[in-house]
Design a protein around this ligand. Structure first.
Ligand code: ACO
Length: 337
């Protein structure tokens, strides 16, 4: 079997999402940010984002998405063997946000862990879940991408504060029992770019002190220009690798679901890859960059709107902090919601 291919066929058997109700349009952002609707729309494509109320954490957003995915899969929570939460804004550094989600949804027989791979976390978690189910080590794995990024943003930094939003998306990975299955993955990382996108303080590398808080180093920091350059390059390279491994071609792709960081990145990468705009899924206009939630949010919306048919070839593409990237190719199985 070629590397990146799976054993027992596996599929997404259920999907779910959850978004906080409060919506903030570009024009409603704090005046102190010294930005404009025009700048944000032209440079990023983002028009508004959702923001969770004070006191709401990543697990609070992840739970309703997880419940919806379980219901779509037609599974009782006791049937879940493992819960993986991909997030860059966990409830705590420890314990895992996934443990709270598993507890709240009633996944009493499940192990649980968080996965940290920047905005690529959802694709990485999907790969781990797929491998475990394909090997027979687990039967049903719940993957949740849950983010309250508004809590880790420096609201005085216009270079990051305008870009992100809160939300969650979840899928259940199960053995495939009909048409459609996950075909393979490409995962990669380059730690030489670790400092291009990070939360500098609060870990063992730079423990939190009064000084780090004063210097606002407990917030997300990003070199936007370098991340932009990295993303536009890596997307088409990773896409070609997973297509080659699975013996498929770019012109067979029915739907391309890239991580929703910036419309210009998506347009440039899609053009470089050769995927027509009508095959590219976007929702960042309404939600901003929801990190680990952006791909399951897009995928669920595509299903709900009838954009996906059984057997369609779907390419998921994540990229982000680490630096990391990850591509997943699948034949859509007409999963239930
Ligand atoms: N409003 C107004 N002006 C701004 C803003 C803002 N919100 N942000 C930056 N500017 C200014 C800058 O200060 C700069 O001014 P100057 O020329 O006087 O110095 C000017 O706009 C241009 O700044 P650039 O950084 O060159 O702008 P660019 O066109 O590169 O866009 C952006 C910046 C949107 C951040 C872009 O670089 C980007 O999208 N990068 C990728 C970010 C990303 O995707 N990150 C997430 C990855 S996923 C994850 O794991 C979290």
């Amino acid at each position: 079997m070629a590397p990146g291919m799976l054993g027992r066929p596996v599929t997404i058997s259920g999907l779910g999402t959850y978004l906080p109700a409060s919506e903030i349009a570009n024009a409603e952002l704090p005046a102190s940010l010294d930005t404009s609707d025009e700048w944000i729309t032209q440079r990023t494509g983002i028009r508004s984002r959702r923001v969770a109320p004070v006191g709401v954490s990543a697990s609070d957003l992840g739970v309703p998405a997880a419940r919806a995915a379980l219901s779509g899969a037609g599974l009782e929570p006791e049937k879940i063997d493992l819960v993986i939460c991909a997030t860059i804004s966990p409830d705590n550094l420890m314990p895992a946000t996934a443990a709270r989600i598993a507890h709240e949804v009633g996944a009493l027989n499940a192990g649980s862990c968080d996965l940290s791979a920047g905005c690529t976390g959802f694709v990485y978690a999907l790969a781990m879940a797929s491998g475990l189910v394909a090997s027979g080590l687990r039967e049903h794995v719940l993957v949740v991408g849950a983010e309250v990024i508004s809590r880790i943003l420096d609201w005085s930094d216009r270079g990051t504060a305008v870009l992100f939003g809160d939300g969650s998306g979840a899928v259940v990975v199960s053995p495939a029992d009909g048409a459609g299955r996950i075909l393979g993955f490409d995962l990669g990382s380059d730690g030489s770019g670790a400092d291009l996108l990070s939360i500098p303080a609060g870990g063992s590398r730079m423990p939190a002190t009064h000084e780090t808080v004063t210097a606002r180093q407990h917030y997300l920091h990003m070199n936007g220009r370098e991340v932009y350059r990295f993303a536009t390059r890596v997307i088409s390279e990773s896409a070609h690798r997973v297509l080659d491994r699975c013996g498929r071609a770019v012109d067979e792709i029915d739907l391309f679901v890239p991580h929703q960081a910036n419309l210009r990145i998506i347009e440039a990468a899609s053009a470089r890859l050769g995927v027509a705009p009508d095959r590219v899924c976007t929702n960042l206009q309404r939600y901003g960059n929801t990190s680990c939630a952006s791909i399951p949010l897009c995928l669920t919306e595509a299903e709900e709107s009838g954009r996906l048919k059984t057997g369609d070839l779907v390419l998921l593409m994540g990229f982000g902090a680490g630096l990391t990237w990850g591509a997943c190719l699948m034949e859509w199985s007409g999963s239930r919601r």
